[in-house]
Design a protein around this ligand. Structure first.
Ligand code: PMP
Length: 429
């Protein structure tokens, strides 16, 4: 059915490890051959064999306005015509800094980078440099990019492929990262008691999206804030996924918790390589050239990439944007739950803003352990049944899903119709 995709994948396997440039793309978890795409427009993707799909991946989060949004394409084109990169400051970067610091009051200063990985790696180096301490705390199932210190009990592809702690990370480095269960306030209190004055910072996804979708409890978030303040550690919200995705104020605005540092990516680049980290002025002042913590990038603040991000954020920050998109996303999840229920399948869902989770278990999970109790085989069957009916979901049971402002009622109705058939399909299909 997808002959050209199969042919391209075969050829890629010979030259690119696993045939892909980022592991989850390989379909290794769900089985089968990855789909090669040739075009995206609005909510729809077209593959190289000419099949069309309703897209709920959105390039893993950035495309909150949908594919090839005319304003984003125009901004990128205009910027490209003026030069691709200068390696010197531009007014666009200032505009981005103004926009980000206005939208997120916890950001007193911000620096741009080119990926989420870089943003988190840099923020945590800064946390260590600022505090003069070495230990970091993260949570099981959270993914923060692929820098060495953070590939310890990680989520996303690291989890999907059974290597949550990557080979190639020296044990001495891995030992500097303490891993706690998500949503467990007592474990946070305890880790500070066990390592007084040694913890530089705690990093978390303030809604976890790399072990499917897990909400934090308010008690968990409040405990994190209190304990970090009490013990002089920095609280780092990794909002690479949730930033401008779950609401205009991101997760920190939603929950009313102020982190010391925030990392951003995905939506702020609108589909181009942009990341950012920022926060307290006294902490950011430790960065080179002002201070002793080094961080740099040849393409940081790249004008073409930043133009895509600015055009995207201008739309996203318009009043009412998330009211409408949040309602639409909720209706998608409710519709899918309704279809599963009608078919007698244990299934649940949750969403915040334009990010959602679907679970093959009776209720949404609150922890990594509960995520692991969901029926992965059922997801894999559902994934393929939906793909064959023109709905593109993330090819793993451990990823969140994304809706864009280009998705409309017709897309959702088509998705429900596909799901009705997928849920009714025999187990062997
Ligand atoms: N942090 C989080 C929360 C993420 O979801 C991701 C990417 N999925 C990253 C960091 C890494 O970002 P990138 O892939 O741009 O390096």
């Amino acid at each position: 059915m997808r002959e050209r995709s199969r042919d391209l994948f075969e050829r890629s396997l010979a030259l690119i490890p696993g045939g892909v440039n980022s592991p989850v793309r390989a379909f290794a978890s769900v089985g089968g051959t990855p789909v090669f795409f040739r075009e995206g427009r609005g909510a729809r993707l077209t593959d190289v064999d000419g099949h069309e799909y309703i897209d709920y991946v959105g390039s893993w989060g950035p495309l909150i306005l949908g594919h090839a949004h005319p304003e984003v394409v125009a901004a990128v084109t205009a910027a490209a015509q003026k030069g691709l990169s200068f390696g010197a400051p531009t007014e666009l970067e200032l505009e981005m800094a103004e926009l980000l610091t206005r939208a997120l009051p916890s950001l007193e200063q911000v620096r741009l980078v080119s990926s989420g990985t870089e943003a988190v790696m840099s923020a945590l180096r800064l946390a260590r440099g600022f505090t003069g301490r070495s230990l970091l705390v993260k949570f099981e199932g959270c993914y923060h990019g692929h820098s060495d210190f953070l590939l310890v009990k990680a989520g996303s592809g690291a989890l999907t492929f059974g290597h949550p702690t990557s080979a190639g990370v020296p044990p001495e480095l891995a030992a500097q990262t303490l891993v706690l269960p998500y949503n467990d306030p007592a474990a946070v209190v305890e880790v500070f008691a066990r390592h007084p004055d040694q913890i530089a910072g705690i990093v978390l996804e303030p809604i976890a999206g790399n072990m499917n979708f897990v909400r934090p409890s308010m008690e968990f978030l409040r405990t994190l804030r209190e304990q970090c303040t009490k013990h002089g550690a920095l609280l780092v919200f990794d909002e690479v996924m949730t930033g401008f995705r779950v609401g205009a104020g991101s997760a920190q605005g939603l929950f009313g918790i102020t982190p010391d540092l925030t990392t951003l990516g995905k939506v702020i680049g609108g589909g181009m390589p942009v990341g950012a980290f920022g926060g307290r002025r006294d902490v950011m002042a430790k960065l080179a050239p002002l201070g002793p913590v080094y961080q740099a990038g040849t393409l940081s603040g790249n004008p073409v990439a930043v133009s895509a991000g600015l055009a995207t954020l201008k739309r996203v920050l318009e009043p009412g944007f998330f009211d409408k998109l949040g309602r639409a996303t909720k209706s998608l999840v409710e519709g899918l739950v309704r279809e599963a229920k009608a078919a007698g399948i244990p299934f649940s869902g949750d969403s915040e803003g334009a990010m959602f989770g679907l679970f093959f278990r009776a209720s949404p999970p609150a922890s990594f352990a509960e995520v692991m109790q969901s029926d992965r085989e059922a997801f894999n069957r559902f994934f393929h049944a939906m793909l064959d009916r023109g709905v593109y979901l993330a090819p793993s049971a451990y990823e969140a899903g994304f809706v864009s402002s280009a998705h409309g009622p017709a897309d959702f109705e088509a998705t429900f119709a596909a799901a009705r058939q997928a849920f009714a399909a025999p187990r062997s299909s």
